[in-house]
Design a protein. Structure first.
Length: 124
């Protein structure tokens, strides 16, 4: 096998390798708010409620940014969408859970972070 054939074989096999992906959703605290950044939702999600440290908050407690859709008290996160939920005045919590029709998406809340789908509210 010559070098050109070997390079072609490797190029043909690359799409079958499973590369680790970045998390599709992550959360962080920004002041008194919790920001849930959505970077390519795994499927369409209808948010039933948000569990913040044991407190069950209705979807209306979060402001949607980007492709997140508010429809009459409900929040719909379309498949492969990009956006954010900002939970204003959220209670202190190490974890936040998005309870949807497809199950619970539990996220650890980082002390700080950045979401490109939310305009910075402080200083920047």
């Amino acid at each position: 096998m010559d070098i050109a054939a070997l390079i072609q074989l490797i190029a043909d096999l690359l799409p079958f390798l499973h590369w680790p992906k970045a998390a599709a959703m992550y959360a962080y605290r920004e002041g008194g708010d919790i920001v849930v950044c959505i970077d390519g939702a795994p499927r369409e999600l209808n948010l039933m409620y948000i569990d913040v440290g044991g407190y069950h908050l209705p979807p209306s407690a979060a402001a949607g940014h980007g492709e997140v859709v508010h429809t009459g008290g409900e929040i719909v996160i379309p498949k492969r969408s990009h956006g954010a939920l900002v939970i204003k005045g959220a209670p202190p919590a190490e974890r936040v859970a998005l309870v949807t029709q497809h199950g619970v998406y539990e996220l650890k809340v980082a002390k700080e972070g950045y979401c490109p789908y939310v305009e910075r509210r402080r200083g920047v």
